[in-house]
Write a protein that binds this ligand. Structure first.
Ligand SMILES: [Zn+2]
Length: 286
């Protein structure tokens, strides 16, 4: 694993770190305070573990590769920023919801929705990101691309996706500057995530999970992944609840495409996590 980070989180609902954690481990506390993190094997971690062994903690190890190491990893989680000028309320005009879960009107599930019309964009050129997430249209996962990002993906021959023009708000015609990236290739089986420790929120109709705690980060099996540059998954395999479905489709991108996006200085890629701070989210594969 590349430059592993170890992080700890509290598992019990409604509990918070004792004051000694914020006073002694302020540097290691994540931005929103939900985890305490260390470089794996550091003395500080050992001291922390000894001092707080009475707390019920979940310990995870996660890779934290540098930009130079990007091509050494097969797949990353694709994570992009929202761009100003793309609205969250486009879902009803862009999606076909006829086969989608309505969450009994209690939660915004939409599992099974399909993108059938182009997204409208009105972002000023100066604000446009090369790759941007579209808020509110979820599922399925879609991104907007600049012409530059579209050209890069075409020149790489990126697979597992399709790229179509978005709709330009000012002309009402298909855009020549903004494109949408659809990740079309699913993995053939969901990744393993150990035990479900706690479900925080789930869809009352289809059972898809909106939030919960899993024992481990997802681990994919190599022969259950596609060979394409882009692919997505929408479930976890667990040891105590079988397969659990997710409301979101989570896209992955190959190391070679990620490296090219970063090396060309494409804007819009978002840090994978703030808790702990991880810039590039490695998909673990066995
Ligand atoms: Zn549902």
């Amino acid at each position: 694993m590349r430059r592993p980070i170890v992080y700890y989180m509290l598992t019990q609902r409604g509990t918070w770190w004792p004051p000694e954690v914020s006073s002694h481990y302020a540097k290691e506390l994540s931005r929103f305070g939900s985890v305490v993190y260390f470089r794996q094997g550091s003395e500080r971690e050992e001291a922390f573990r000894q001092t707080f062994r009475h707390l019920e903690l979940l310990r995870h190890v996660i890779a934290d590769p540098s930009p130079e190491e990007l091509a050494d990893t097969e797949y990353y989680f694709l994570s992009a920023k929202h761009e100003p000028g793309i609205w969250a309320d486009q879902a009803s005009s862009v999606l076909d919801l006829s086969a989608a879960c309505d969450g009994n009107g209690e939660v915004d599930c939409r599992r099974g929705a399909k993108v059938v019309r182009p997204v409208v964009h009105a972002a000023r050129k100066s604000k446009a990101l090369d790759i941007a997430a579209i808020p509110g249209i979820n599922p399925p996962r879609l991104h907007l691309l600049s012409a530059r990002a579209r050209d890069l993906l075409s020149s790489l021959g990126a697979t597992g996706c399709s790229i179509t023009p978005a709709l330009d708000k000012s002309t009402g015609a298909l855009s020549t500057t903004r494109f949408q990236l659809h990740v079309t290739q699913p993995v053939s089986a969901p990744p393993d995530s150990g035990k479900v420790l706690r479900i925080i929120d789930e869809c009352p109709r289809c059972g898809a999970v909106l939030a919960g705690h899993l024992e481990s980060l997802p681990v994919f099996k190599r022969d259950e992944m596609a060979k394409t540059d882009f692919q997505y998954f929408d479930a976890y395999r667990t040891s105590n609840r079988g397969e659990i479905k997710l409301v979101n489709e989570i896209p992955l991108v190959s190391g070679r495409v990620m490296k090219a996006l970063v090396a060309s200085g494409m804007s819009g890629l978002r840090d994978y996590l703030t808790e702990p701070p991880i810039r590039f989210g490695v998909a673990e594969i066995t």
